[in-house]
Design a protein around this ligand. Structure first.
Ligand code: A3P
Length: 305
């Protein structure tokens, strides 16, 4: 059962819903009762919004820019994915147990909507970084993820409808975003966007340092921007999820497909040449429908800083 946090949330906290595959469901009770620490740092996102990129950035900020350790220890170990418990075949991984053993400050990834996060998140108030991305680009990215990693056989059009209807893991998208948007001025929350990270990664790093009360020297900033560049991350096996991707593909006996890397294109606007025109119109209408009661447009999220 979901509990209302001690902060105001848009809508009715008790009547939210979230699509989750069977594989995630056995872990929900443990997630609900997960022991949160005040000095945890959480990266919470809807899927394919730049989670991995933000995790790598934040881990380095929290760990005194230890680039050596970042290159040798896999990001999934440095920053476990809370609810991803035993989901990847051949990689048995009790993420909750791993998190219980991780020294502070822990960096925790979750795709759960606000109301499904552990109840102590709203009483112990650890810091949360929330990353928005244009859902048209996130949906295209998720389509490739589902084809490559999950073995989805449907068409792009089918997938886009499922996305809009909220029938893919962790959706519906807009309530996920709007709950955190409403919380953006809380001292506990840092709200940013993938588009802002593409526009001004240095500025985001400096703001995250302020949010986390960490110092960054100019050389460290330069080094971190370079380390986080698309080309470097694409070829960095410690954070490009290549092992999980390969293991899921091998388990399903699938061939490698074009664009089926996890760190894939890394651009703003991939929907423009990848999304069917009818789906673009459907996404725009759906966005307008979801935002009109709040007098918001997509640009409010994309340009927020
Ligand atoms: P694309 O599929 O559009 O390329 P997540 O980590 O939330 O699953 O997000 C994955 C998306 O972030 C992918 O988007 C991936 O390429 C992109 N990404 C990962 N690292 C990046 C980087 N260093 N720069 C830009 N985009 C990056």
């Amino acid at each position: 059962a979901a509990e209302k946090p001690s902060v105001d949330i848009v809508g009715d906290w008790q009547h939210r819903y979230c699509s989750l595959a069977d594989t995630f469901q056995p872990v929900l009770d443990r997630v609900h009762n997960f022991e949160v620490r005040e000095d945890d740092v959480w990266i919470v996102t809807s899927t394919k919004c730049g989670t991995t990129w933000t995790q790598e950035m934040t881990w380095l900020i929290l760990n005194n820019f230890d680039f050596e350790k970042a290159k040798t220890d896999d990001l999934t170990i440095r920053s476990p994915f809370l609810e991803f418990n035993g989901v990847v075949p051949n990689v048995p991984h009790d993420t909750i147990e791993a998190l219980n053993k991780l020294p502070s400050p822990r960096l925790i990834k979750s795709h759960l909507p606000a109301w499904l996060l552990p109840k102590q998140v709203w009483t112990k108030k650890p810091k949360i970084i929330y990353v928005f991305r244009n859902p048209k680009d996130a949906a295209i990215s998720y389509f490739h993820h589902w084809r490559g990693m999950v073995g989805y056989k449907g068409t792009k059009e089918d997938f886009m409808h499922s996305y809009i209807d909220g029938h893919v893991n962790f959706n519906p998208f807009w309530p996920h975003v709007l709950d955190f948007w409403q919380l953006r001025d809380e001292p506990q929350i840092f709200f940013t966007s993938y588009e802002r990270m593409k526009r001004d990664l240095g500025g985001v790093i400096k703001d995250v340092c302020k949010f986390l009360e960490r110092e960054v020297e100019p050389e460290q900033l330069t080094q971190l921007v370079d380390h986080l560049s698309f080309d470097k991350m694409k070829d960095n096996p410690a954070c490009n999820h290549v092992k999980e991707f390969e293991s899921m593909k091998a388990a399903a006996g699938r061939e490698v497909e074009e664009f089926s890397r996890f760190v894939r294109r890394g651009i703003v606007g991939s929907h423009k040449d990848e999304m069917p025109q009818t789906a673009i119109q459907e996404f725009d209408d759906w966005t307008e429908d979801n935002l009109k009661d709040y007098q918001l447009t997509m640009d409010d999220f994309i340009n927020y800083s």
